[in-house]
Design a protein around this ligand. Structure first.
Ligand code: PEP
Length: 269
């Protein structure tokens, strides 16, 4: 399996509260990265991204670009409807792409549980995103009840299976990443043990390989209460290629510490 460049993505969800706070958080991110570079501890062989609210996507992007930051800006979600039209409240993949946003999350557990997004909706969103040229982080994960019933792996593989055939293999190869986020670990402070996370990531990778051998090197990120103090043990797992970080991404210092854990330069500083 070729080396997979890890991704560390901050999901800011519906935070922070004001435009000024968004700007400050972005600036802190820029400053922390600069401090790391100045101390010789570069963040190398690592993709970094943040997902602000829709309201702030472009201002955060502009601020990062002005600072010549390599941090990418991605959307937290996308409309199931394509193009333009009478879809009050929605933003389509085409509008995101036209505004220079190249990637989106799809299938986050909060979208599944709070907005009732089922496989039909997620298939439409995936198709809309891919047709507009966006890259996608597709999120999967089991609930606590499902895990306790011994169904975690089955549920997660089923979530992939439900959407697999809605886009071409070529797009899976080039434009998809998977994020494994056990629902019981999101925002709860409980993290899957590195062994449990690694075991699920290995199962996801085997599932992808079953679809086609070329999918064996798709990045598979872990999400669920990733913090600076557990990031290194997760990063050490062979099948974990990065992190999707919620709460801890709202603190630039914590976020960059997590990024360091996944940076291949981490032993240097
Ligand atoms: C998330 O919402 O994707 C997430 C992983 O949140 P947290 O890190 O806060 O658990």
């Amino acid at each position: 399996m070729p080396a997979i460049m890890p991704w560390v993505i901050g999901n800011w969800k519906m935070n922070p509260e004001t435009p000024t706070a968004q700007q400050q958080l972005t600036q802190q991110l820029i400053d922390h990265i600069a401090e790391h570079l100045a101390s010789g501890a570069a963040l190398v062989n690592l993709n970094l991204a943040v997902a602000p609210t829709l309201l702030h996507l472009l201002t955060v992007q502009q601020q990062l670009q002005q600072a010549k930051s390599a941090v990418q800006v991605i959307a937290q979600d996308v409309s199931r409807f394509a193009g333009t039209g009478a879809y009050t409240g929605d933003v389509s993949a085409q509008l995101l792409a036209n505004a220079g946003i190249g990637m989106t999350l799809i299938g986050h557990s909060e979208r599944r549980s709070l907005y009732g997004e089922d496989a039909t909706v997620l298939r439409e969103k995936l198709q809309a995103a891919i047709n507009a040229g966006l890259k996608v982080v597709f999120c999967v994960g089991e609930t606590l009840t499902e895990r306790e019933a011994g169904q975690a792996e089955q549920v997660v593989l089923q979530q992939l299976d439900e959407v697999f055939d809605c886009i071409d293999l070529q797009h899976w190869q080039q434009n998809l990443m998977v994020a494994y986020e056990p629902v019981w670990a999101i925002g709860t402070g409980k993290t899957a043990s590195p062994q449990d996370a690694e075991s699920m990531h290995a199962a996801i990778r085997a599932g992808l390989k079953n679809y086609h051998s070329s999918l064996v090197d798709l990045p598979i990120l872990y999400g669920g209460s990733v913090k600076p103090d557990n990031a290194a043990s997760l990063a050490a797992c062979a099948n974990i290629n990065g992190a999707l970080v919620g709460g801890a991404s709202l603190d630039a210092d914590s976020f960059i510490k997590i990024a360091r854990a996944f940076s291949q330069d981490r032993k240097a500083g």
